[in-house]
Design a protein around this ligand. Structure first.
Ligand code: NDP
Length: 248
């Protein structure tokens, strides 16, 4: 089965990488469930892709029952789940000395527990189907740590570990796993940063050397997601690092 008619659930679909992926997959004929907290943004995506079959569901990934509801509604509507794209995430980065306990809590609840909630809800469905594909967005910061990024990097290292555990446990259930690890992508992710110095550093990344080396756009990451979904049954792309040619 190519992209057409694949049932794909996208968590964190209301903006950035999730929204771009929803738009691309909708145009490719996939059947989608799109989830996030901002229902108005999800409804706009449905309106913009009126030819496609898209179910919008409001959900906070930190809440297990809301994630379960997304999967239940998908199975109710389409009868199966071929792909779960665990993409919801936040990045309120800060130095550890800022003791930003609320930021740490939210990072772990959304970036880590949110991914586990997705896996917990979809795994029984995929095991019953004896097929499925779980894709999770980590980051280049899931491979290296920079000052200010300790908690965020911790969450992105954690999801790589969780996905590798999932791969090993489920490799005989015909369930594929993929970690997508983008470098800097132009999205709304940076809006939640309270540390002004880090915010300004990130702004400067928009001006990488060379006009063809700008930070990536979410549409470019969505092409990679479509590619991994489209791989043959016996082939899994387990990890994919995608960054601008000009990124440090
Ligand atoms: P955006 O801020 O544009 O998108 C984040 C998405 O996550 C939104 O749809 C948002 O929806 C959703 N989200 C956040 N919190 C929750 C929650 N509690 N429950 C449900 N959905 C939630 O940023 P990106 O597109 O850049 O981010 C997507 C992923 O990519 C994240 O995991 C991020 O860490 C990762 N990433 C991004 C990079 C970048 O440079 N942009 C680089 C590397 C990784 P809503 O607010 O409506 O709930």
């Amino acid at each position: 089965m190519a992209l057409k008619d694949k049932v794909v659930v996208i968590m964190g679909a209301s903006s950035g990488i999730g929204e771009a992926t929803a738009n691309l997959l909708a145009k490719s004929g996939a059947k989608l469930t799109i989830a996030a907290r901002r229902m108005n943004r999800l409804e706009k995506i449905v309106q913009n892709n009126s030819e496609a079959e898209i179910l919008p569901v409001a959900a906070d990934v930190a809440k297990a029952e809301e994630v379960q509801n997304v999967i239940d509604k998908t199975v109710e509507k389409y009868g199966r789940v071929d792909v779960l794209f665990n993409n919801a995430g936040i990045m309120p980065v800060n130095n550890l000395a800022a003791i930003a306990r609320d930021e740490w809590q939210n990072i772990m609840d959304i970036n880590v527990k949110g991914v586990l909630n997705g896996i917990a809800s979809v795994l029984p469905v995929m095991k019953k189907q004896q097929s499925g594909h779980i894709i999770t967005t980590s980051s280049v910061l899931g491979y290296e740590v920079l000052p200010g990024y300790a908690a965020y990097s911790g969450s992105k290292y954690a999801v790589r570990a969780i996905m590798e555990g999932l791969r090993q446990e489920e490799r005989t259930s015909n369930i594929k796993t993929t970690v997508i690890a983008p470098g800097t992508v132009q999205t709304e992710l940076f809006n939640s940063i309270n540390n002004q110095e880090i915010k300004e550093q990130l702004e400067s990344l928009k001006n990488l050397p060379g006009a063809d080396m700008q930070v990536l756009q979410p549409e470019e990451i969505s092409e990679a997601v479509a590619f991994v979904i489209n791989t043959p049954k016996n082939m899994a792309v387990n990890e994919m690092v995608i960054q601008s040619t000009g990124q440090e």
